[in-house]
Design a protein around this ligand. Structure first.
Ligand SMILES: [Zn+2]
Length: 293
Protein backbone atom coordinates (compact mmCIF):
# COMPACT_ATOMS: atom_id res chain seq x y z
CA UNK A 1 0.00 0.00 0.00
CA UNK A 2 1.43 3.37 -0.92
CA UNK A 3 2.41 5.48 2.07
CA UNK A 4 2.95 9.21 2.35
CA UNK A 5 6.33 9.34 0.57
CA UNK A 6 4.96 7.34 -2.37
CA UNK A 7 1.91 9.59 -2.62
CA UNK A 8 4.14 12.66 -2.50
CA UNK A 9 6.24 11.12 -5.28
CA UNK A 10 3.11 10.54 -7.35
CA UNK A 11 2.00 14.13 -6.74
CA UNK A 12 5.37 15.39 -7.96
CA UNK A 13 5.14 13.13 -10.99
CA UNK A 14 1.67 14.41 -11.89
CA UNK A 15 2.52 18.10 -11.50
CA UNK A 16 4.45 18.61 -14.77
CA UNK A 17 1.62 17.07 -16.81
CA UNK A 18 -1.39 18.47 -14.97
CA UNK A 19 -0.46 21.81 -13.42
CA UNK A 20 -1.48 24.72 -15.62
CA UNK A 21 -3.08 22.38 -18.16
CA UNK A 22 -6.75 21.90 -19.04
CA UNK A 23 -8.63 18.62 -19.08
CA UNK A 24 -9.32 18.24 -22.82
CA UNK A 25 -10.90 14.84 -22.45
CA UNK A 26 -11.56 12.59 -19.48
CA UNK A 27 -12.27 8.89 -19.85
CA UNK A 28 -14.02 7.20 -16.96
CA UNK A 29 -13.97 3.61 -18.13
CA UNK A 30 -16.08 2.44 -15.22
CA UNK A 31 -18.49 4.13 -12.89
CA UNK A 32 -16.83 3.24 -9.65
CA UNK A 33 -13.54 2.71 -7.89
CA UNK A 34 -13.87 2.12 -4.16
CA UNK A 35 -17.06 4.15 -4.34
CA UNK A 36 -19.13 5.34 -7.31
CA UNK A 37 -17.60 8.28 -9.15
CA UNK A 38 -19.63 11.49 -8.93
CA UNK A 39 -22.43 11.32 -11.52
CA UNK A 40 -21.19 14.39 -13.38
CA UNK A 41 -17.49 13.50 -12.92
CA UNK A 42 -16.43 13.89 -16.57
CA UNK A 43 -18.52 17.00 -17.19
CA UNK A 44 -17.14 18.79 -14.10
CA UNK A 45 -13.55 18.07 -15.19
CA UNK A 46 -13.54 18.62 -18.95
CA UNK A 47 -12.63 22.18 -19.89
CA UNK A 48 -11.29 23.01 -16.42
CA UNK A 49 -7.69 24.02 -15.81
CA UNK A 50 -5.64 22.53 -12.97
CA UNK A 51 -4.34 25.52 -11.03
CA UNK A 52 -2.26 23.51 -8.57
CA UNK A 53 -1.64 20.04 -7.19
CA UNK A 54 -1.25 19.58 -3.44
CA UNK A 55 -1.40 16.78 -0.94
CA UNK A 56 -3.12 16.20 2.40
CA UNK A 57 -2.01 13.02 4.16
CA UNK A 58 -2.39 10.38 1.42
CA UNK A 59 -4.84 12.40 -0.67
CA UNK A 60 -3.72 14.22 -3.80
CA UNK A 61 -5.71 17.43 -4.29
CA UNK A 62 -5.92 19.03 -7.72
CA UNK A 63 -7.35 22.55 -7.63
CA UNK A 64 -9.50 23.36 -10.65
CA UNK A 65 -10.36 26.69 -12.23
CA UNK A 66 -14.06 25.97 -11.52
CA UNK A 67 -13.48 26.11 -7.76
CA UNK A 68 -13.76 22.35 -7.43
CA UNK A 69 -11.00 20.22 -5.99
CA UNK A 70 -10.34 16.80 -7.49
CA UNK A 71 -9.51 14.59 -4.54
CA UNK A 72 -7.62 11.40 -5.40
CA UNK A 73 -6.52 8.47 -3.24
CA UNK A 74 -4.41 5.56 -4.51
CA UNK A 75 -5.97 3.02 -2.15
CA UNK A 76 -4.13 -0.31 -1.96
CA UNK A 77 -2.86 -0.71 -5.48
CA UNK A 78 -3.55 2.50 -7.40
CA UNK A 79 -0.90 4.14 -9.55
CA UNK A 80 -0.63 6.75 -12.24
CA UNK A 81 1.19 6.41 -15.51
CA UNK A 82 2.16 9.66 -17.09
CA UNK A 83 3.03 10.30 -20.70
CA UNK A 84 4.26 13.70 -21.71
CA UNK A 85 3.72 15.02 -25.21
CA UNK A 86 7.43 15.41 -25.85
CA UNK A 87 8.45 12.16 -24.23
CA UNK A 88 10.07 9.42 -26.23
CA UNK A 89 8.73 6.11 -25.14
CA UNK A 90 10.95 3.15 -24.65
CA UNK A 91 8.87 0.77 -26.75
CA UNK A 92 9.81 -2.58 -25.22
CA UNK A 93 9.18 -2.09 -21.53
CA UNK A 94 6.47 0.49 -21.89
CA UNK A 95 4.48 -1.49 -24.39
CA UNK A 96 4.72 -4.67 -22.38
CA UNK A 97 3.53 -3.16 -19.11
CA UNK A 98 0.76 -1.27 -20.78
CA UNK A 99 -0.77 -4.19 -22.58
CA UNK A 100 -0.48 -6.37 -19.53
CA UNK A 101 -2.30 -4.03 -17.22
CA UNK A 102 -4.57 -1.96 -19.45
CA UNK A 103 -7.69 -3.74 -18.17
CA UNK A 104 -7.09 -1.88 -14.93
CA UNK A 105 -6.69 1.54 -16.54
CA UNK A 106 -9.88 3.04 -15.13
CA UNK A 107 -9.50 6.79 -15.53
CA UNK A 108 -7.58 8.61 -18.27
CA UNK A 109 -6.91 12.36 -18.20
CA UNK A 110 -6.01 13.84 -21.59
CA UNK A 111 -4.49 17.25 -20.88
CA UNK A 112 -4.31 20.30 -23.15
CA UNK A 113 -0.49 20.20 -23.14
CA UNK A 114 -0.57 16.78 -24.79
CA UNK A 115 0.19 14.97 -21.56
CA UNK A 116 -1.82 11.95 -20.48
CA UNK A 117 -2.25 10.70 -16.91
CA UNK A 118 -3.74 7.24 -16.58
CA UNK A 119 -5.01 5.88 -13.28
CA UNK A 120 -4.57 2.14 -12.95
CA UNK A 121 -5.96 0.28 -9.95
CA UNK A 122 -6.31 -3.52 -10.03
CA UNK A 123 -7.89 -3.84 -6.58
CA UNK A 124 -10.00 -0.68 -6.85
CA UNK A 125 -9.59 0.64 -3.33
CA UNK A 126 -8.63 4.00 -4.78
CA UNK A 127 -11.03 6.90 -4.96
CA UNK A 128 -11.73 10.09 -6.88
CA UNK A 129 -14.11 12.70 -5.64
CA UNK A 130 -15.00 16.29 -6.50
CA UNK A 131 -15.38 18.71 -3.62
CA UNK A 132 -15.97 22.46 -3.72
CA UNK A 133 -12.81 24.21 -2.50
CA UNK A 134 -14.76 26.26 0.06
CA UNK A 135 -16.31 23.08 1.48
CA UNK A 136 -13.01 21.23 1.84
CA UNK A 137 -12.91 21.78 5.61
CA UNK A 138 -16.18 19.87 5.92
CA UNK A 139 -15.08 16.96 3.71
CA UNK A 140 -15.53 13.78 5.77
CA UNK A 141 -12.47 12.07 4.24
CA UNK A 142 -10.22 14.91 5.40
CA UNK A 143 -11.94 16.36 8.45
CA UNK A 144 -10.66 13.96 11.10
CA UNK A 145 -7.05 13.91 9.94
CA UNK A 146 -4.33 14.99 12.36
CA UNK A 147 -1.43 17.26 11.39
CA UNK A 148 0.90 16.59 8.49
CA UNK A 149 4.06 14.89 9.79
CA UNK A 150 6.22 17.16 7.62
CA UNK A 151 4.26 20.32 8.43
CA UNK A 152 4.95 22.95 11.06
CA UNK A 153 2.05 21.94 13.30
CA UNK A 154 3.65 18.57 14.00
CA UNK A 155 6.22 18.80 16.77
CA UNK A 156 7.16 17.08 20.03
CA UNK A 157 4.68 19.13 22.08
CA UNK A 158 1.82 18.30 19.75
CA UNK A 159 2.66 14.58 19.60
CA UNK A 160 3.11 14.31 23.37
CA UNK A 161 -0.18 16.04 23.97
CA UNK A 162 -1.95 13.67 21.54
CA UNK A 163 -0.39 10.66 23.32
CA UNK A 164 -0.95 11.90 26.86
CA UNK A 165 -2.62 9.23 28.96
CA UNK A 166 -2.96 6.84 26.00
CA UNK A 167 -2.72 3.24 27.15
CA UNK A 168 -2.36 1.91 23.60
CA UNK A 169 1.05 1.01 22.21
CA UNK A 170 3.20 3.75 20.75
CA UNK A 171 2.97 2.01 17.40
CA UNK A 172 -0.84 2.00 17.43
CA UNK A 173 -0.88 5.68 18.38
CA UNK A 174 1.35 6.60 15.45
CA UNK A 175 -0.88 4.67 13.05
CA UNK A 176 -3.93 6.59 14.31
CA UNK A 177 -4.62 9.13 11.56
CA UNK A 178 -6.13 11.55 14.11
CA UNK A 179 -2.78 11.73 15.92
CA UNK A 180 -0.69 12.28 12.81
CA UNK A 181 -1.90 11.97 9.22
CA UNK A 182 -0.46 9.76 6.52
CA UNK A 183 1.86 7.50 8.50
CA UNK A 184 1.55 3.78 7.72
CA UNK A 185 3.02 0.55 8.94
CA UNK A 186 6.36 0.76 7.14
CA UNK A 187 7.45 4.23 8.18
CA UNK A 188 6.17 3.84 11.73
CA UNK A 189 8.40 0.75 12.11
CA UNK A 190 11.32 2.63 10.60
CA UNK A 191 10.84 5.75 12.73
CA UNK A 192 10.54 3.75 15.95
CA UNK A 193 13.76 1.91 15.15
CA UNK A 194 15.60 5.09 14.30
CA UNK A 195 14.52 6.66 17.59
CA UNK A 196 15.39 3.45 19.51
CA UNK A 197 11.89 3.28 20.99
CA UNK A 198 10.02 0.00 21.39
CA UNK A 199 6.81 -0.28 19.38
CA UNK A 200 5.26 -1.96 22.44
CA UNK A 201 5.92 0.96 24.78
CA UNK A 202 2.79 2.72 25.99
CA UNK A 203 2.04 5.83 23.96
CA UNK A 204 1.67 7.86 27.15
CA UNK A 205 5.38 7.40 27.96
CA UNK A 206 6.51 10.09 25.51
CA UNK A 207 4.78 12.72 27.67
CA UNK A 208 5.15 13.67 31.32
CA UNK A 209 2.14 13.76 33.65
CA UNK A 210 1.20 17.21 32.46
CA UNK A 211 1.31 16.15 28.82
CA UNK A 212 4.59 17.91 28.09
CA UNK A 213 7.02 16.16 25.72
CA UNK A 214 10.04 14.30 27.05
CA UNK A 215 13.22 13.46 25.14
CA UNK A 216 11.53 10.42 23.56
CA UNK A 217 8.95 12.63 21.89
CA UNK A 218 11.68 14.90 20.55
CA UNK A 219 13.65 11.96 19.13
CA UNK A 220 10.54 10.38 17.67
CA UNK A 221 9.38 13.49 15.83
CA UNK A 222 12.85 13.95 14.44
CA UNK A 223 12.97 10.30 13.33
CA UNK A 224 9.54 10.49 11.65
CA UNK A 225 10.56 13.53 9.65
CA UNK A 226 13.88 11.96 8.70
CA UNK A 227 12.48 8.65 7.46
CA UNK A 228 9.78 10.40 5.44
CA UNK A 229 12.16 12.91 3.91
CA UNK A 230 14.69 10.19 3.08
CA UNK A 231 11.99 8.14 1.36
CA UNK A 232 10.65 11.10 -0.59
CA UNK A 233 14.18 11.84 -1.67
CA UNK A 234 14.64 8.28 -2.83
CA UNK A 235 11.47 8.56 -4.89
CA UNK A 236 9.41 6.57 -2.46
CA UNK A 237 9.33 2.88 -1.95
CA UNK A 238 7.10 0.19 -3.17
CA UNK A 239 5.42 -3.03 -2.22
CA UNK A 240 4.15 -5.35 -4.90
CA UNK A 241 2.72 -3.51 -7.84
CA UNK A 242 2.77 0.09 -6.77
CA UNK A 243 4.57 1.99 -9.49
CA UNK A 244 6.14 5.36 -9.87
CA UNK A 245 4.24 7.86 -11.97
CA UNK A 246 6.52 7.48 -14.97
CA UNK A 247 5.36 3.90 -15.24
CA UNK A 248 8.65 2.20 -14.59
CA UNK A 249 8.09 -0.90 -12.53
CA UNK A 250 10.65 -1.44 -9.81
CA UNK A 251 11.73 2.16 -9.72
CA UNK A 252 11.22 2.38 -5.99
CA UNK A 253 14.39 0.87 -4.59
CA UNK A 254 14.31 2.21 -1.08
CA UNK A 255 15.94 0.03 1.52
CA UNK A 256 14.39 -0.26 4.94
CA UNK A 257 16.33 -0.73 8.14
CA UNK A 258 13.88 -3.08 9.86
CA UNK A 259 10.74 -3.40 7.75
CA UNK A 260 10.46 -6.92 6.28
CA UNK A 261 13.88 -7.82 7.69
CA UNK A 262 12.94 -10.46 10.25
CA UNK A 263 15.98 -12.50 11.32
CA UNK A 264 18.52 -10.04 9.94
CA UNK A 265 21.11 -8.28 12.11
CA UNK A 266 20.03 -4.95 13.58
CA UNK A 267 21.63 -2.06 11.65
CA UNK A 268 22.06 0.12 14.77
CA UNK A 269 25.75 0.69 15.41
CA UNK A 270 27.18 -1.58 18.11
CA UNK A 271 23.89 -3.45 18.51
CA UNK A 272 24.03 -7.26 18.37
CA UNK A 273 20.27 -7.66 18.13
CA UNK A 274 18.31 -9.50 15.45
CA UNK A 275 15.21 -7.99 13.87
CA UNK A 276 12.04 -9.60 15.15
CA UNK A 277 8.52 -9.62 13.74
CA UNK A 278 5.51 -9.46 16.03
CA UNK A 279 1.85 -8.80 15.25
CA UNK A 280 0.24 -5.74 16.82
CA UNK A 281 -3.37 -4.86 16.08
CA UNK A 282 -3.31 -7.32 13.19
CA UNK A 283 -0.29 -5.72 11.51
CA UNK A 284 3.29 -6.92 11.37
CA UNK A 285 5.75 -4.92 13.43
CA UNK A 286 9.46 -5.23 12.75
CA UNK A 287 11.81 -4.08 15.50
CA UNK A 288 14.99 -4.82 17.41
CA UNK A 289 14.27 -6.08 20.94
CA UNK A 290 17.82 -5.18 22.04
CA UNK A 291 18.23 -1.49 21.22
CA UNK A 292 14.60 -0.38 21.00
CA UNK A 293 13.50 0.28 24.57
ZN1 LIG B 1 19.25 -3.13 17.67
Amino acid sequence: MPELPEVETVRRGLAPVMEGARFDKVEARRGDLRWPLPKDFVRRLEGQTVTGIGRRAKYILADLSSGDVLLMHLGMSGSFRVTKADEERTPGDFHHERSKLSAHDHIVFHMSNGGVATFNDPRRFGCMKLVARDRLDEEPLLRALGPEPLGNAFDAAMLASACEGKQTSLKAALLDQRVVAGLGNIYVCEALHRSLLSPKRKASTIADRKGAPNQRAVLLVDAIRTVLNDAIKAGGSSLRDHRQTDGELGYFQHSFRVYDREGEPCPTRNCNGVIRRVVQNGRSTFYCPVCQK
